[in-house]
Design a protein around this ligand. Structure first.
Ligand code: SAM
Length: 274
């Protein structure tokens, strides 16, 4: 939708496709993953008021509102009197295109300015795609734990200082990710240690290439019903499927055990084929 530091648009195809109709980006930025699947029920959380206001403006804007935004030449600045008629969110949208690798909207075109006629036209078509999205100016912790595809892309642990809001308790966030319901996909940079990340691909930047890593939660299957298991704790919760409610079930990962028994202490004993 717009340019942004840490945007995942160029590598979005390397991430797993969403398995749910609801996609939540609890650290929205430019929400490149949600844009790829924009017709799902998308919910964004973004704590930075400028970035949130940009989303709010885009959600409400018509294609003509975008086409009427002025192009800016080198040497001009959005601070100039001639642009006083623009609202702040309008200036911020333009500002994010003026220097595409930046985490803050700029006032004048940089060396890599992407605010031109063709990109403005693309943006005017993109705004039609997000009218059904929910966008919240709140911190990620406020997101209720619903079954969804959670695309979690927080400021990088080691290179996130460029964001206005970059303070994250990664230990807390790691546990939060492990306990979300549904499909959880977490993005990070090589070197991050708050989850057990695996290599994904290279993200080419204006100045640096970054080695991107990924963490995904494991899908658990209920031993009793064979459906996806929707609970958090293996021993204290029960499967959500109707015919299993009330039983103490134990999810297994990916492969179905051949048989299972329950020990005297109530623990499940799963037997896998040799
Ligand atoms: C790495 S960027 C997301 C990039 C995005 N995936 C994309 O494709 O453009 C992280 C975003 O999280 C926001 N953020 C930081 N702390 C937050 C918090 N506690 N809750 C919600 N958003 C937060 C930052 O303002 C920033 O926009």
């Amino acid at each position: 939708m717009f340019y942004y530091y840490g945007r995942k648009k160029r590598i979005v195809k390397f991430y797993p496709e969403p398995e749910n109709d609801i996609i939540i980006e609890p650290f929205a930025g430019s929400a490149a993953y949600a844009m790829e699947y924009y017709d799902r029920n998308v919910i964004l959380y973004e704590i930075n008021n400028k970035i949130y206001s940009v989303w709010k403006f885009l959600k409400e804007a018509s294609p003509n509102d975008i086409l009427n935004l002025p192009l800016i030449n080198k040497g001009q600045s959005l601070n100039n009197k001639e642009f006083d008629y623009l609202t702040d969110p309008e200036k911020w949208v333009i500002g994010l295109f003026l220097n595409p690798g930046s985490s803050v909207p700029k006032k004048s075109p940089g060396n890599f300015c992407y605010w031109d006629d063709s990109r403005r036209t693309i943006l005017s078509k993109d705004v039609i795609k997000i009218k059904h999205w929910e966008i919240k100016n709140e911190s990620y912790e406020n997101a209720p734990d619903i079954k969804a595809t959670w695309f979690v892309d927080p400021p990088y642990q080691n290179a996130g200082k460029y964001y206005v809001n970059s303070k994250v308790d990664y230990k807390y966030l790691g546990d939060w990710c492990k306990n979300r319901r549904g499909q959880v996909i977490v993005c990070e940079n090589e070197g991050a240690d708050w989850l057990d990340f695996e290599p994904l691909t290279i993200l080419k930047g204006q100045k640096h290439n970054r080695k991107e890593v990924i963490w995904k939660n494991k899908k658990l299957i209920c031993v009793l019903c064979g459906q996806e298991w929707g609970v958090k704790c293996q021993f204290t919760n029960v499967c959500e499927n109707e015919n299993c409610k009330g039983f103490c079930t134990w999810g297994y990962e990916l492969n179905k055990p051949e048989s299972f028994t329950i020990n005297d202490d109530g623990k499940w004993n799963l037997n896998y084929p040799e």
